[in-house]
Write a new protein. Structure first.
Length: 441
């Protein structure tokens, strides 16, 4: 291969990856030898690189002997094509330019051995590994699942005292430049002393626009990040945090689970309908119960209306207080299940819920139908895949409950429509939050 052709290939590879700061280009030289190396440090094992390449380079004296070493090393392959070389580079292989030869040195690192399983996002099918607290390991996990030359990696520091390193990742082919500019401007405008994790961005946005709903998605799964990169999303990684932040985020993202890509077409769509149904039931059902029992019992059939009236005959206060009491107790049980140790949490909350429900019914504090309503609301809330969004829904149902208490069935409808109007008004860095259908790349 001629020197001009080799120089052209080298410059093409460097230019394709020029916006990725984890790309390393080194020049090694002695009096007799000159070697150029190109690799991506987050997915390459630099210890192997040192032992099997750099050390022999300085120990072997003549250029011919070192060329023989490269040709005989089982970890080193010869150049075949520029596209194949780029693909190998994106998978952790180092590219060597020596004399008039191009070699591919296999020093890939397996980051999956350095990380733990996901702990927050339940994984039914698919990869089990989650992010670690190492920024380079997290970037390497993303690189392994998204080996694209269009992946741009930029870094900045956030926090006047902590000066925490933050990386912004996006695919230059799919990401919207205007959205990327808004996100970079937002990150550069953050004025905090200590910035420790990506979840702090939720609090910063909450304090700035008082948003009820989260407008960014926090995930610990590299596969979710890779899928979102391919749809044009921007990813924010924070040093010391085992979570990545996905921007912008719409409602569709909160209602989607990673297991959806492993299921059949009709199964996935049925599950999505079930999640949206759970969203509506969780918000509307408590208010609807108060509206119908207190204002519009004629909506029920006679047998059901008499059954509900009979179950509430011994309850001494209006249905609003009955619903509010049981919802608050359910919220306390849910919070207790999160705070208690994992060994006793599920058992304690399950037993506590059963005892509380039975005792409240026998004491005449709540009706039997109220136990069913609260259970249905809790189950519907847990159908939502993303925890931060399901917590918000737990708050939103109280708004519909209040409007239903004052205005009956009309208040229930009005409260739900006001929530929908709020969702329509909300946006995430310029992307309408209620975007249900997202274009694919």
């Amino acid at each position: 291969m001629s020197a001009t052709m080799m120089e052209t290939i080298k410059m093409n590879l460097i230019n394709r990856l020029q916006e990725a700061e984890d790309v390393v280009y080194k020049n090694l030289h002695t009096k007799e030898k000159y070697l150029e190396v190109l690799y991506i440090k987050t997915i390459s094992d630099e210890s192997v690189f040192y032992d099997k390449l750099i050390k022999p380079f300085f120990e072997i004296e003549t250029p011919a002997q070192f060329l023989t070493y490269l040709q005989s090393n089982p970890q080193i392959k010869t150049f075949e094509s520029e596209s194949q070389t780029l693909d190998e580079l994106l998978h952790g292989v180092a590219i060597l330019f020596y004399q008039e030869n191009i070699f591919l040195f296999d020093n890939k690192v397996d980051h999956n051995k350095q990380v733990l399983d996901t702990t927050v996002e339940t994984t039914v099918q698919g990869p089990q590994s989650g992010f670690s607290e190492s920024l380079s390991v997290n970037l390497g996990l993303i690189r392994q699942r998204y080996p694209s030359a269009e992946l741009s990696v930029e870094s900045m520091s956030v926090g006047t005292i902590s000066k925490t390193k933050v990386m912004v990742l996006h695919d230059r082919k799919f990401a919207d430049p205007d959205t990327l500019s808004r996100i970079k401007q937002f990150l550069s405008s953050i004025d905090v002393q200590m910035f420790q994790t990506g979840e702090q961005l939720l609090d910063i946005i909450k304090n700035s626009n008082r948003a009820l709903l989260p407008v960014m998605l926090v995930t610990e799964r590299p596969d979710r990040v890779a899928v979102n990169l391919a749809t044009g999303k921007i990813i924010v990684l924070v040093h010391g945090s085992p979570f990545a932040v996905i921007l912008p985020t719409v409602m569709k993202d909160f209602m989607s689970s990673m297991e959806d890509i492993y299921e059949t077409y009709w199964t996935v769509n049925c599950l999505k309908v079930l999640r949206y149904l759970g969203f509506v039931v969780s918000i509307v059902l408590p208010g609807l119960y108060v509206a119908v029992t207190s204002y519009n019992p004629e909506l029920f059939r006679v047998q059901l209306a008499l059954s509900i009236a009979g179950s509430r005959a011994g309850v001494p206060y209006p249905s609003f207080f009955e619903v509010l009491f049981m919802l608050i107790m359910m919220e306390m049980l849910t919070e207790a299940s999160i705070r208690l140790p994992k060994a006793i949490g599920p058992t304690a909350t399950t037993v506590g819920g059963l005892i509380l429900g039975q005792a409240a019914t026998e004491a005449g504090l709540v009706s039997n139908i109220m136990i069913i309503i609260v259970s249905a609301v809790a189950i519907s809330n847990f159908v939502i895949p993303i925890n931060s969004f399901s917590i918000t829904i737990r708050v939103m149902k109280y708004f519909v409950l209040v409007t239903s208490t004052f205005f009956g069935l009309a208040g229930c409808v009005l409260g739900f429509l006001m929530i929908i109007a709020y969702l329509v008004r909300l946006d995430s860095f310029g992307e309408p939050f209620l975007t249900l259908i997202q274009s694919k790349p």
